[in-house]
Each structure stands twice: as C-alpha cells, then as structure tokens.
Write a protein that binds this ligand. Structure first.
Ligand SMILES: Cc1cc2nc3c(=O)[nH]c(=O)nc-3n(C[C@H](O)[C@H](O)[C@H](O)COP(=O)(O)OP(=O)(O)OC[C@H]3O[C@@H](n4cnc5c(N)ncnc54)[C@H](O)[C@@H]3O)c2cc1C
Ligand code: SF4
Length: 333
C-alpha cells in the first residue's frame, strides 16, 4: 500500500499553503466522488490529499452586484435545488439535476464537477500498462483511436486524444459566459470559462489552464435577460445515472419570435465544453422556426470528425441542439 498524507484545511489560503508545502504528488479533495474512484483504479496516485470539503464560506450561493456567485464547495444538489437558480437560470439547475445520482449530488461539489476527468474507457481502466493512453501516460499512445470509440468526441479531437469532457455543469456555465475564480501561490485570478479548459492537441494530459496549487474558490455568471429562457437538454443511454452522449445548453433573449441573442454550448461529444458560435450567429436576428433551428444546429458540427462507431453523434448532436433551441424559445422570460 502506498503511504498517503492527509491534511484538512479551513480556508482557501491554507489550502494553497498546504499544497505548496506538500512533498510528492498533492491533490485537493472535495466530495471525493471522482478522485477516490480514480485512486482505486490506480489512475490517480497522490501521495498527499488536501481536504477542502469544508472551507469557510465555500458553500455560498449569493448575488454579487450583477452576477450570481457559487462557492466552489457548494454541493451540486444545493445549487440544483436553489430557488433563484431554478427560476432565473433553469439551464444551470437542469445541468446539475440531470448529472449523476441524488446521492452523488448530495456529496459532490460544483468545483469538483468542473475538474472531473474524462470517462474514456481506456483512460480509466488501463492503469498498469494494459492500454496506452496519452492522457494517463504522456507519449504512450491512444487506445481509443482505432479502438472502441462509441463514446468518444467528434469535435475538438486531435491525433493524440479523442476523450469527451464529461461534466454537464461546465457546458451550461460555458453558454452563460461564467468566470472561474481561482486562488494560487500568486494570488487570485479570474478565468473566463472558455479559457479554463484546454483542447487535447499534443498534450492531452494538461486539461486545465491552472498552475500547480491553484484552487478553485468560486464560479460566477452574469445576470442576463436570457437566463430565464434557458434549458439544458441531455441525451444518454438511460435516463438517470449516465453521462451525456449529446447535450446542449441554450439561453435566448427574444423579442416576440425573433431571437435577439443566443448563448449556446454543447457537450457529450466534445473534448472540452464547446461554445457553438456558428449556431449563435445563424440564429441571432432571425425569427425562429424548427427548420431554422436545425440548420443553425448543423452549423456547429461543420468541422466534426467521427471514428468508426461514433458517427451517429453528429446527427444526434444537431437534433439535440435544435430541440433545446425550441424548448428554450418556448419558455416564458
Ligand atoms: C456513477 C457516477 C455517475 C456520474 N454521472 C455524472 C454525470 O452524468 N454528469 C456529470 O457532470 N458528472 C457525473 N458524475 C461526476 C460527478 O459529478 C463528479 O464526481 C463530482 O462533480 C466531482 O465533485 P467532487 O466534489 O466529489 O470532486 P472530487 O472527487 O473531490 O475532486 C475531483 C477533482 O477535482 C479536483 N478538485 C475538487 N475541488 C477542487 C477545487 N475547489 N479546486 C481545485 N481542484 C479541485 C480534485 O483534486 C480532483 O482532481 C458522475 C460520477 C459518478 C461516480
Ligand atoms: S482518447 Fe484520450 S483519454 Fe482516451 S485513451 Fe486516448 S489519450 Fe487516453
């Protein structure tokens, strides 16, 4: 058994300090719903766990000026069930309530959800040299390319990695231009969510634009007119307790049946939460019809590339997105 040090901290500053002082491989742990799994599989092998589950003030959900702020330690269930979130940002509440199970949501934090790692079969089950995986062991190769690729991404892939970004909540946050607040050895940084995740390119093992020791302290979204007219649509192999095959987060501001502004992101088939800018551009200023929605949705997949078993995701993704656009448009503002 590998020896493991454990430190429980009370504040984010103490967390950063403990990380800097740790010898070997340190990891923050919040709800533990993903990290412990990966440790059991031998994929993650930390030598020091820094427990941030109960940082002071980290479960806050509050209005801050013209933004809504979520402490990174807020539980997924608490955010999903929060009255203001459900009323003003259904897309956020739904992205969380359609993720994992009630038990997991009661335990898991929204910060940990941002940082969860891919469910790629070869990444999770190949420790010990059974399958090559560039994300787990840089430079070893990728067993998914040319392997079982039904669950893999069709957008944002590279010749090194095709793994799907697994979280639902980051997709909804991407549609809403969220900002991630992080604290590190050099102080506080505000990272727009589009800059938080990296494409796999030639370095799929580097997934986040964070420097070692940075801890996520919170996430905020601007208040927008589009928030209330929003939805998160998720298609999966079974209706609960499953990751997305395709998902879409849509928030619309409308003037009658004309779309003024569209905020759109897709998930389940992309290597990082994916802003669908082409779809937004095709919708804005237009009167909405289903024909229009599906044409605009297809534009998001113009550069999609499938492997041998995941080609269905391109049409599934476009239809999921078109349906989400129609659902969001049908909501009252
Ligand atoms: C069976 C199952 C089904 C699931 N289904 C879904 C699903 O459908 N959709 C979905 O979105 N998710 C799903 N999940 C994932 C679940 O949502 C995540 O496990 C959870 O959100 C992680 O939160 P946590 O607090 O437990 O993180 P932890 O397991 O504690 O940490 C996860 C990672 O984040 C890092 N971390 C945590 N907090 C911080 C922080 N504040 N700053 C910096 N680093 C941090 C940790 O070091 C670790 O690397 C599922 C999980 C399971 C086990
Ligand atoms: S797709 Fe990425 S995570 Fe999956 S085996 Fe290939 S390199 Fe590893």
């Amino acid at each position: 058994m590998q020896p493991l040090q454990y430190t429980r901290v009370q504040t984010a500053a103490e967390a950063v300090q403990a990380f800097s002082g740790a010898s070997g491989q340190a990891r923050y742990i919040a709800g533990g719903t993903t990290l412990y799994d990966l440790m059991k599989l031998g994929v993650e092998r930390p030598t020091h766990l820094i427990d941030i589950a109960d940082l002071e003030g980290s479960t806050r959900i509050e209005t801050q000026g013209d933004r809504l702020f979520f402490g990174a330690g807020a539980r997924m269930a608490d955010v999903a069930e929060h009255e203001v979130v459900r009323r003003d940002y259904p897309v956020l509440a739904q992205s969380l309530s359609k993720a994992a199970s009630q038990q997991l949501r009661n335990m898991a934090s929204v910060g940990g959800n941002l940082m969860q790692r891919t469910r790629c079969l070869y990444f999770r089950n190949g420790a010990g040299g059974i399958y090559p995986c560039n994300k787990r062991e840089p430079g070893s190769g990728c067993a998914a390319i040319g392997g079982l690729d039904r669950g893999q991404a069709v957008l944002g892939t590279s010749s090194s990695c095709t793994a799907v970004s697994p979280g639902d909540w980051p997709v909804a946050l991407t549609a809403l231009d969220a900002v991630v607040e992080v604290l590190g050895p050099s102080g506080i940084r505000m990272v727009p969510i589009v800059d938080f995740y990296r494409l796999p390119e030639a370095t799929p093992h580097i997934e986040f634009n964070l420097t070692p020791g940075e801890v996520v302290t919170g996430i905020s979204v601007p208040k927008t007119k589009a928030g209330r007219r929003s939805t998160y649509h998720k298609i999966r192999d079974r209706e609960s307790f499953a990751f997305a095959l395709a998902s879409a987060a849509v928030a619309l501001s409308m003037d009658g049946d004309r779309i003024e502004r569209a905020h759109i992101a897709i998930g389940g088939m992309v290597t990082r939460p994916w802003r669908a800018l082409e779809t937004e551009a095709q919708l804005e200023g237009q009167r909405l019809t289903y024909d229009h929605a599906i044409a605009a949705a297809r534009a998001a997949f113009a550069t999609a590339r499938a492997g041998s078993q995941n080609g269905f995701k391109i049409e599934l993704g476009a239809r999921t997105l078109a349906d989400a656009i129609m659902i969001a448009a049908g909501r009252s503002a």
